[in-house]
Design a protein around this ligand. Structure first.
Ligand code: ATP
Length: 353
């Protein structure tokens, strides 16, 4: 493993920002560190870069324990969320800056700078000052500056979140290409699940200072280990379930009232992807496995509709559908294929946003 983070714990005073965080990034791998604001992503990156001393835990880079090393002794490249180019230096000088501590001679330094400017398609802006660059170009200069010293690991802390959507999508492609071409071991931090899924070979999902799940994006999406991962990686909506002891899981809203149970009694959290739920034709007779309720609102999302039902059993259910003829206030039912249900023990953690 190139980067190994083991049992990382960090307190800011009384605030426990990281609790026993462990994950690995293999050579040449792009790992996405994904989680909501405040879950501890930046603190994790800052401990790897050496700007924050963890309360406990270890960081190994290419087998060496770097936990106590000062930042300049670590072979780590970093790009932050906010631009950090030196305004009084040209593009080339900014890129060369990172090479200085490495003691590279001037000719070699110029050649390295040129090759990294070419990599990020900015050769023509070599002598430009940062103020003359667009937001996307500045990000690319920072990427070149972080890569030029050929770090053992590249840390990207939300590098695209300050950009508008079109530019963000283009730069995301660009980062994927650059990572493939350089094969640099990369930890990509983001709160945006789409960016994380699109870029990452593997994902580390965090919530509340802890690691909630590690795996390939598709595997985590399809078999989320916790309710939080299910709801943060893609959308989910919660279904009421009957108390334990009943044969199978009965998605029949009356069962809740009939058996005197509430969702909390079952010890189970049952989630579904809104696009796995099917609205039933009102002509059809009621089957065992339906959830009935009243349409609260219908939103046209362009490529699909979102229908929110207030269930007879209590709670709201979100259904995504291609066509809809229902109006708010009308009764509706929906069903789901049992294999699409995501079931968790109540004790397995909180449901995410
Ligand atoms: P964001 O995406 O908003 O930057 P994050 O996932 O990167 O969030 P961190 O910035 O690592 O999360 O913060 C983790 C927790 O530690 C938060 O509760 C935050 O309020 C707290 N925290 C972060 N930095 C400090 C600090 N310097 N002093 C005190 N508390 C801090």
């Amino acid at each position: 493993m190139t980067l190994e983070v083991t049992g990382l714990t960090h307190r800011y005073g009384d605030e426990l920002a990281l609790e026993d965080v462990s994950f690995e990034v293999g050579a040449g791998e792009m790992v996405g560190l994904l989680g909501p604001s405040g879950c501890g992503k930046t603190t994790t990156v800052q401990t790897i870069a050496g700007h924050v001393n963890p309360t406990a835990g270890e960081i190994h880079l290419r087998g060496a324990d770097i936990t106590a090393d000062p930042p300049e002794r670590r072979d780590v490249g970093i790009v932050f969320q906010e631009p950090t180019l030196f305004p009084h230096m040209t593009v080339a000088e900014n890129v060369a800056y990172g090479l200085r501590p490495a003691g590279v001679d001037p000719d070699e330094r110029a050649a390295i700078v040129d090759s990294y400017l070419e990599l990020v398609s900015l050769s023509e802006q070599r002598e430009a000052m940062p103020a003359a660059l667009s937001g996307g170009q500045k990000r690319r200069v920072e990427l070149a500056r972080a890569l030029a010293p050929q770090p053992d690991v590249l840390l990207l802390d939300e590098p695209l979140s300050a950009l508008d959507r079109g530019l963000r999508d283009r730069l995301r492609e660009e980062i994927a290409r650059i990572q493939r071409e350089t094969n640099v071991t990369t930890l990509y931090v983001t709160h945006d699940q789409e960016t994380a899924m699109a870029l990452s070979d593997r994902l580390v999902v965090m919530s509340d200072g802890q690691v909630d799940g590690v795996g390939e994006p598709r595997e985590l999406y399809e078999s989320p280990p916790t309710p939080f991962v299910a709801s943060f990686l893609g959308r989910s909506t919660r279904l009421p379930v009957t108390p334990p002891g009943n044969p199978g899981l009965t998605l029949e809203s009356r069962a809740l009232a009939g058996d005197g149970g509430t969702p909390a009694d079952t010890g189970l959290i049952c989630l579904a992807r809104p696009n796995d739920l099917t609205l039933l034709d009102s002509e059809r007779t009621e089957t065992e496995h339906t959830l009935a309720g009243v349409v609260d609102r219908v939103t046209d999302l362009g490529t699909r509709y979102e229908v929110v039902l207030v269930l007879d059993a209590g709670g709201e259910l979100v259904v995504e559908t291609q066509r809809v003829q229902l109006e708010p206030g009308e009764r509706a039912r929906c069903t789901i294929d049992r294999t699409d249900l995501l079931l968790f023990e109540e004790s397995s953690g909180r449901v995410g946003p």
